[in-house]
Structure formats: structure tokens, C-alpha cells
Ligand binder design. Structure first.
Ligand code: NDP
Length: 254
């Protein structure tokens, strides 16, 4: 892991109780950032337990980061507006917003239900819009927005009309935000991961995974550390002249 330092910086990673989000937030925690751990408080309350367990782990790191937990559904604009208000009250503002929360509901166009279409668009595209809209109200000048898009938003995959459309939308949004926010020295970039080993990958059929693996020159699936390294780079002070870009992290696939 490359060594970065974010002391005094407040970082919010959406969907950070597990998967890529947890990996990214952990990397920021090791780099001394004040961490806002965001999760979705599902009716069963299981996610809160995962979020609390991760917060305990992070607080025990030698960097002893402050970790604040907040629950919100990214699909719900009012909840995200309230989340950002609470982050402002508790942490004084925000320096880095990582839009990570996302879902897949794969099915061919012919079989895809309207519910599956809307679920993915509302979470993966509307959710990023809500976080950017209300997040930029508390983001300090010189701040960073990094959105986790997908290689699917660049090249498209069978069975992912909803997902590819949402991720391509995030990439488009990123390019606009780079222009609109440049006067505040805020950068906006996207990362396009290939196949990363998380629970989401478990939702892809094994025969599809085998096909994908053959197409990855690096000969392996990615890890959450691979993504965290890219996010920390784009969030660092040194990358202040990089904005409106999409960085594929794919092992050479795209
Ligand atoms: P996981 O399924 O492991 O994690 C998804 C995260 O999103 C969870 O923390 C979940 O929260 C959160 N989330 C889902 N719905 C909502 C919602 N309505 N409101 C708030 N949070 C929500 O997925 P990954 O870690 O693999 O994926 C993270 C991101 O990376 C996604 O945007 C995904 O599209 C993208 N990506 C992943 C790839 C991969 O191969 N894994 C490849 C390319 C892109 P909770 O746990 O509380 O439900």
C-alpha cells in the first residue's frame, strides 16, 4: 500500500461497512483521516452490526482515527441531505467524498423487470447525484470527489443495461462536476474497477467469472486494496490538477 497522509481531513465513503467501501475507508483510517462510516440501516439491523464492528477495528489502529457512523439510504434525497447536515455538525465539514454505494440486478433487457431497472438507477445514479448535491454544500474548497463507477460504464456487459447506464451516467456527472467545481479547487474523478473480489462478485455466475478472468491480462481479479490505492491517490493534495477523469483499475482489461 502506498503511504499517504490525511491527518485533519474528513472523509465520507458511502456504503463503507463492507466490500470496496470498507477497504477504502480502512486505507483512509490508516492514513490518519477522520472517517465517516456510512451504511444503510436495513430493516433487520444487520448492517449496523457490521458497521459497528468495522468502526471498532478502525479505532484500534495505531493511527487512532476518529470514526463516526451514520445510516442513510442513498436513494432518499432527504436522508442524504440530513446525513450531510449531521456530518457538518459533527465534523465541521468534509474534505473527501467517495461515492461507493451500489448494487447490481443483472438480467438481459428482455427479462429485466421495471423494478430491477429502477432499483439500480435509483441506487447507483440518483444516489450519487444526491450525495454530490448535498455533499458539495459541506465540502470544503480544495476538496475531492471520487466516484466508484465501473468498467461496465465504459464498455457494457451482457445483462447490465441498468448497471451500465447508471455507471456511464456517473462518469458523465463526474465530467460536469469537474467543470462546475473547479473554481472552488474541488476535483471530481471516477474510478472504473474491473472485477473486484467482494460480495458483489459473488452475484455473478461462476461461468461468467471464468470468462472474465480469461480477458484480464494481469491474470487475477482485483482486490479492495487495488481500488483503495487509486482512491487515495485521486484524493491526495498532489493530484489537484487531475479532474474530470476516469481511471480504469482493471489489471489491463480495459
Ligand atoms: P458490496 O455489495 O460488497 O457493497 C455495496 C455497498 O453499497 C454496501 O456497503 C451497501 O450497504 C451499500 N448500499 C447498497 N444500497 C445502498 C443504499 N440504498 N443506500 C446506502 N448504501 C447502499 O459491493 P462492492 O463493494 O463490490 O461495490 C462497491 C462499489 O463498487 C459499487 O458501486 C459497485 O457498483 C462498484 N464496483 C464493484 C465491482 C466489483 O467487482 N465488486 C466492479 C466495478 C464496480 P449495506 O452493506 O449497508 O447494505
Amino acid at each position: 500500500m502506498i503511504s499517504y497522509s490525511f491527518p485533519g481531513k474528513v472523509v465520507l465513503v458511502t456504503g463503507s461497512s463492507r466490500g470496496i467501501g470498507a477497504g477504502v475507508l480502512s486505507a483512509f483510517a490508516k492514513a490518519g483521516a477522520t472517517c465517516v462510516l456510512h451504511y444503510w440501516n436495513d430493516p433487520a439491523g444487520e448492517n449496523r452490526k457490521d458497521a459497528e464492528a468495522l468502526a471498532t477495528q478502525l479505532r484500534a489502529l495505531s493511527s487512532a482515527p476518529q470514526v463516526h457512523l451514520f445510516a442513510a439510504d442513498v436513494r432518499n434525497a432527504a436522508e442524504i441531505e440530513s446525513l450531510m447536515r449531521q456530518v457538518k455538525e459533527k465534523c465541521g465539514g468534509l474534505d473527501v467524498l467517495v461515492n461507493n454505494a451500489g448494487i447490481i440486478r443483472d438480467r438481459t433487457l428482455k427479462k429485466m423487470t421495471l423494478d430491477e431497472w429502477h432499483a439500480v438507477i435509483q441506487t447507483n445514479l440518483d444516489g450519487v447525484f444526491h450525495c454530490c448535491k448535498y455533499g458539495t454544500e459541506i465540502l470544503r474548497d480544495g476538496g475531492r470527489i471520487v466516484s466508484i463507477a465501473s468498467v461496465a460504464g465504459l464498455i457494457g456487459f451482457h445483462g447490465q443495461t441498468n448497471y451500465a447506464a447508471a455507471k456511464a451516467g456517473v462518469i458523465g456527472m463526474t465530467r460536469v462536476l469537474a467543470k462546475e467545481l473547479a473554481r472552488r479547487q474541488i476535483t471530481a474523478n471516477a474510478i472504473a474497477p474491473g472485477m473486484i473480489n467482494t460480495a458483489m462478485m459473488g452475484e455473478v455466475k461462476p461461468e461468467m467469472l471464468a470468462e472474465y478472468l480469461k480477458m484480464i491480462p494481469a491474470g487475477r481479479f482485483g482486490t479492495t486494496d487495488d481500488i483503495a490505492n487509486a482512491v487515495l491517490f485521486l484524493s491526495s493534495e498532489e493530484s489537484g490538477y487531475i479532474t474530470g477523469q476516469v481511471l480504469p483499475v482493471t489489471g489491463g482489461w480495459v
